[in-house]
Design a protein around this ligand. Structure first.
Ligand code: ZN
Length: 107
């Protein structure tokens, strides 16, 4: 999970290395299976596409909300009434229409 210094051919900014080298601005997070999103890829994507600091804020909120370890999954709820704007933004940005979604956490 760090910037590699290699530049993306599309946007000319640094790619990051997280299992594979990729550009968080130009490549949307992949759904790993039909049911799971990789949470960190989602956070990098949201941060890189217009919400600086999102990853750190979301991470702090998540630590308050639940306990998790590397290679675990968490089920998160879309916050329809907007009382948790971070959760709402995650679901909105990822285009998730379901009320809940399981996210894989691995680093
Ligand atoms: Zn790019």
């Amino acid at each position: 999970m760090h910037e590699t210094g290699n530049l993306c051919e599309a946007c000319d900014k640094s790619k990051i290395m997280y299992y594979r080298e990729y550009c968080p601005r130009c490549e949307e997070p992949r759904i790993k299976t039909m049911d799971y999103y990789n949470l960190l890829e989602c956070l990098y994507y949201i941060e890189a596409t217009g919400h600086p600091g999102f990853k750190a804020k979301f991470w702090e909120m998540l630590i308050d909300l639940t306990s998790f370890t590397n290679e675990s999954t968490v089920e998160l709820w879309n916050d329809i009434d907007g009382s948790n704007p971070l959760l709402k933004e995650l679901f909105d940005k990822m285009g998730i229409k379901d009320t809940t979604m399981t996210f894989e956490i691995s680093w």
